[in-house]
Design a protein around this ligand. Structure first.
Ligand code: UDX
Length: 437
């Protein structure tokens, strides 16, 4: 099938490559020349494991092309809209500028029977509004809302083997003509038994925001327990293991630490609260304000703990932050708790060096005032304290004995609770976890 993918960021670039891998003839379109020229050379403009290899593989078949020209969408049967919906400046609501301009640009190139498929995360009600525009063209096109659940760092596998497909169509019905077309697009993963749910437009939009809100709530729940564990001298990692054994709770997403960040969870829960307010249902989501507040408190807590570990003053202390990305296997620093903590420490007088296997360039663009060092050994040399804030394997596997001779003071704060406390203490380190005695 001929497919266009509009927006080639984290979501669209992966989606375009995966659709070509499934055998479709794909054109990826983006207004950003830099992104398009990198993708045309099989270079992802961001770090995502396996993506460069996949781009090379599918571009060699001739089934994947990239362009900045929206007119290239003409002739495709299915058009995936994968543009970003960032948080509006100075507000909680989502900024729909990119979605609106993608749809209006696309309208000029639709043909009868085309299917426009929205994948971006949007406030509930957006699909109904856009559907009216798509139907209102002289052509008889349909809009399906088909939310994407991919995780950065696992994006290729999540796209090719998703947990489920959700198709939101205007009549919410299985016999909608767009359902069969989307089934053809996803025929390979559907043939392996991937569940597929047909809903109406608002339900499909809400599935995405509800899923992300649940995940954010689960993380803030365990971080609230970490606060209690700190007050009661209990261990949140053991608590999580024990409650996680209950199938109804489950151990995944119960890792206490410095909290969630990234381009999705923080802005999605805020946009959800803003939208609920507009709908007169704000009370239903007041708990998300607490989820957000607990998450933000983790960052201040780490700054305070670091001060304690540095004998009560951060002034002039040399702190090395291990990890800048919002999570491992990603170079994304959007709302990264690690980087936000690093910047806070610097503002409070510490001399901060940040290291990360992939995210230093993005980090330096965001916070140019911090000092960056790619080599871990050089980064830790002379440090008064180490802070492990993004749990890359490189840092999880650090040897406390080898590291001793490099630092000025054998003090480590494990912001992700991933190190073996007993081993580090046995090697002579002052070890602090979060929510652990
Ligand atoms: C998330 C959703 O998982 C995905 O389904 C959605 O499509 C987009 O948003 P992503 O932002 O890639 O994906 O990251 P995710 O793996 O969910 O992690 C989010 C944040 O939570 C990270 O900062 C991570 O470090 C943190 N986290 C995760 C915890 O602090 N504890 C946990 O137990 C799990």
């Amino acid at each position: 099938m001929r497919i266009s993918v509009i927006g080639c960021g984290y979501l669209g670039a992966v989606h375009a490559a995966c659709m070509a891998q499934l055998g479709h003839d794909v054109v990826g379109i983006d207004v950003d020349e830099r992104k398009i020229s990198a993708l045309a050379r099989s270079k992802a403009p961001f770090f995502e494991p396996g993506l460069d290899d996949l781009l090379t593989e599918v571009q060699n078949t001739g089934r994947l092309n990239f362009t900045t020209d929206i007119a290239a969408a003409a002739g495709a049967k299915v058009h995936f809209v994968c543009v970003g919906t960032p948080q509006k400046k100075g507000e909680n609501a989502a900024d729909l500028t990119y979605v609106d301009s993608a749809i209006s640009a696309l309208l000029n190139h639709l043909a009868p029977g085309d299917v426009v498929v929205g994948k971006s995360t949007v406030p509930v009600g957006t699909a109904r509004r856009l559907s009216a525009q798509v139907k209102d063209t002289q052509f008889d096109a349909d809009l399906v809302w088909n939310p994407e659940f991919l995780r950065e760092g696992h994006a290729v596998a999540d796209t090719l083997h998703p947990d489920r497909f959700v198709y939101g169509v205007d009549n919410g019905s299985e016999d909608h003509r767009a359902v069969a077309i989307l089934d053809e697009v996803y025929s390979t993963p559907l043939s392996t038994g991937t569940p597929r749910l047909i809903t109406d437009h608002p339900t499909a939009e809400l599935v995405k925001t509800a899923a992300n809100s649940f995940l954010a709530t689960k993380i803030s729940f365990i971080n609230a327990m970490a606060e209690l564990c700190e007050a009661a001298e209990a261990d949140v990692t053991q608590l999580a293991d024990a409650i996680g054994l209950d199938d109804r709770i489950g151990r995944k997403f119960l890792n206490a630490g410095i909290g969630f960040g990234g381009g999705c969870l923080p802005k999605d829960i805020r946009a959800f609260m803003a939208r609920a307010g507009e709908l007169g249902a704000d009370q239903a989501l007041t708990f998300l304000r607490e989820v957000d507040a607990i998450n933000m408190r983790r960052r201040t807590r780490v700054v305070e703990l670091t001060r304690q570990l540095c004998d009560g003053s951060l002034l002039g202390k040399r702190i090395t932050v291990l990890g800048a990305a919002f999570k491992p296997e990603s170079d994304d620093v959007r709302d990264s708790p690690a980087l936000s903590i690093a910047a806070q420490l610097q503002l409070q007088g510490a001399v901060v060096t940040v290291t990360d296997p992939k995210a230093l360039e993005n980090a330096a663009r965001r916070f140019p005032e911090l000092h960056y060092e790619a080599d871990t050994d050089k980064a830790v040399r002379g440090a008064d304290a180490l802070l492990l804030l993004t749990e890359w394997e490189d840092y999880r596997s650090l040897d406390p004995y080898e590291l001793r001779s490099l630092v000025a003071s054998t003090t480590i704060l494990d912001g992700r609770n991933v190190l073996d406390a007993a081993k580090w203490r046995a090697a002579g380190w002052v070890y602090r976890g979060l929510g652990r005695p």
